[in-house]
Design a protein around this ligand. Structure first.
Ligand SMILES: Cc1ncc(C[n+]2csc(CCOP(=O)(O)OP(=O)(O)O)c2C)c(N)n1
Length: 338
């Protein structure tokens, strides 16, 4: 079978000095996600955060680059590894941290926790813990948009492990069959829990799976924020204007274990270090510096600002009240039950 898409794995996107402000915004978001996640790890070990917690550390370029391709009216839906995505959508870090702390001021009033973030105002539709379960939901949202002749686009993010799930294939089929305005964004961070991609997927170049559905597919360097943004922008344009779905595989790496409970003993330190050498936050800053687009003092000011923002988020979460036990069954059944 002839492949529909053969693309280079990496395309350097040239800096344009006139984009300085926007580049600083992207760098700020990446730095915010990095520090937020580092502090979440700390708060988890201090037992402030309960349940499971999955971090985006190492994936910031993919998270920020893809979100930057969306309009505020577009939708983003994701798996449980979603703290960064909701921050990139512009949700207040304090309300995200409060959710992780299980507080009443959290984005879903402390009922969801780390894996079930949601912010309808910013069109962030969750946060789903069952691998692949949100893909049919994303297709449903895209169908609703199409039915109403809407101009919005759905971006559906997930890991490469989810592409081995039946619902992935059903979703790809219907999206293509009905020409839905959706972008499937697969963050291939190389592992699904302890399974390396070659151990659980018959096809290791994940983007090739889209060829079975005759869908436009592309692999990009997930450590390059501008490359991800460019690929996603084109996919979003095609979804919006041509009513065609796309599949993007962003090659990335999670620097930490699968969740906070995972010491990641199934991979070598050499492998981890080789990816850490391409740290997306560090390399982006270096590129900005080399292009004279950020001065050392500006970078320091940004880092200070991020430090204050994350401290304020933790402070807000700490000071917020727990949910009232009286409300335990509120919102469980529709109609209030009276
Ligand atoms: C249907 C289902 N099977 C198994 C699990 C357990 N599980 C949780 S995360 C995960 C790995 C998923 O990996 P991937 O989709 O690549 O996403 P990543 O965690 O790497 O972001 C598994 C198997 C689950 N939550 N749901």
């Amino acid at each position: 079978m002839e492949l529909k898409a053969r693309v280079p794995t990496h395309r350097e996107v040239a800096f344009r000095p006139e984009d300085r402000e926007e580049l600083h915004r992207l760098y700020h978001q990446m730095l915010l996600i990095r520090r937020f996640e580092e502090r979440v790890a700390e708060m988890y070990t201090r037992a402030r955060v309960g349940g499971y917690t999955h971090l985006n550390i190492g994936e910031e370029a993919t998270v920020v680059g893809s979100a930057a391709a969306l309009e505020p009216t577009d939708y983003l839906i994701n798996s449980y590894r979603e703290h960064g995505h909701v921050l990139a959508r512009g949700t207040d870090p304090g309300r995200v941290m409060a959710e992780l702390f299980g507080k009443e001021t959290g984005v879903v009033r402390g009922r969801g926790g780390s894996m079930h973030l949601f912010d309808l105002e910013r069109r962030f539709l969750g946060g789903y813990a069952i691998v692949g379960s949100h893909l049919p939901l994303a297709v449903g949202v895209a169908l609703a948009i199409d039915y109403r002749n809407g101009r919005e686009v759905v971006m559906c993010a997930f890991g490469e492990g989810a592409t081995n799930i039946g619902a992935f294939h059903e979703s790809m089929n219907l999206a293509k069959l009905w020409r839905l305005p959706i972008v499937f964004l697969c963050t291939n961070n190389q592992y699904a829990m302890g399974a390396a991609v070659h151990q659980d997927s018959a096809v290791v170049e994940i983007y090739r799976k889209a060829c079975a559905y005759d869908m436009r597919a592309q692999r990009v360097d997930g450590m390059d924020v501008l490359g991800v943004r460019e690929a996603c922008r084109e996919a979003v344009r095609i979804a919006r204007d041509e009513r065609q779905p796309s599949f993007i595989e962003a090659l990335s790496y999670r620097f930490r274990g699968h969740s906070m409970a995972d010491p990641a003993r199934y991979r070598t330190q050499e492998e981890v270090q080789a990816w850490v050498a391409r740290d997306p936050v560090v390399t982006f800053r270096r590129r900005l510096e080399e292009a004279d687009l950020i001065a050392a003092e500006e970078a320091e000011l940004l880092a200070d600002r991020v430090e204050r923002e994350v401290n304020a988020a933790i402070d807000f979460a700490e000071r917020s009240p727990d949910p009232d036990p009286v409300d335990l069954f509120a919102d469980v059944y529709a109609g209030g039950g009276d």
